[in-house]
Design a protein around this ligand. Structure first.
Ligand code: ADP
Ligand code: ADP
Length: 208
């Protein structure tokens, strides 16, 4: 099961990818998480990516594809994987398709207004567990249910950067929907429904 998940910031890619990973026993590979881990560890990659990410721009394709390629060659990907945040433009999709074939591209559609509301309320712990202050709150305010660490807002989730990132989504990433539709691989999902319903819809279409 070689899957990828597309949609604007805040549509729920990470939320749904985590669930699909658990259900199907395939790894959830998020380029954003990989970059954030490298920033935390202060690696060379982290130093290079930090400014770009905080400006809401895309990290160069060759660097990003290099990371993905290495990750997809790891043993746990042999029965499939779910990519979240990659590819992000047509060039990256071509790089990926030249390397491994995608079975389904899941498109989670969400309007900008809802996406902005979700990102503004997104909170995460140091280990990447994700909540929303009102839509998906933790049991105890400001504390992660899983690891009990404090929750914070990502630096790139501030309003100025959100608008810039959504613009990049519309210009660069959205054309992927047509690209995968033409390949007959798209699964269209309405992202403006509760988390559980979105998940059910994805599973139903994957298993059709
Ligand atoms: P993405 O990975 O696409 O940027 P996330 O999975 O991080 O999106 O979700 C963005 C925010 O919206 C998070 O705070 C998450 O808890 C919340 N969220 C995700 N899916 C839904 C949904 N279907 N309804 C309401 N809130 C959601
Ligand atoms: P979101 O889905 O909420 O925008 P991500 O966690 O997927 O956020 O990505 C955070 C940032 O990491 C992006 O804004 C971008 O700077 C960088 N990034 C992630 N994936 C890619 C990619 N495939 N190509 C280039 N840059 C990427």
């Amino acid at each position: 099961m070689n899957l990828l998940i597309i949609g604007p910031q805040g549509c729920g890619k990470g939320t749904q990818a985590k669930r699909l990973s658990l259900k199907y026993g395939i790894p959830h590979i998020s380029t954003g998480d990989i970059f954030r881990e490298n920033i935390k560890q202060k690696t060379e990659l982290g130093k290079l990516a930090e400014d770009i990410i905080n400006q809401g721009k895309l990290v160069p394709d060759d660097i990003t594809f290099g990371i993905i390629k290495k990750r997809l060659l790891e043993d746990d990907c042999k029965n499939g994987y779910i990519l979240d945040g990659f590819p992000r433009n047509i060039e990256q999709a071509d790089m990926l398709e030249g390397f491994l074939e995608t079975e389904f591209a899941i498109n989670i559609s969400t309007k900008d207004k809802e996406a902005i509301n979700r990102i503004a309320g997104r909170r995460t712990c140091i280990n990447g567990h994700v909540y929303h202050v009102t839509l998906n709150p933790p049991k105890k305010m400001g504390v992660c249910d899983v690891c009990q660490k404090p929750l914070f807002q990502r630096d790139d989730d501030k309003p100025e950067t959100i608008r810039k990132r959504l613009k990049v989504y519309h210009e660069k990433t959205k054309p992927l929907i047509e690209h995968y539709t033409n390949l007959g691989k798209i699964i269209d999902i309405n992202g403006e429904q509760p988390i559980e319903k979105v998940f059910k819809d994805i599973v139903k279409k994957l298993e059709r």
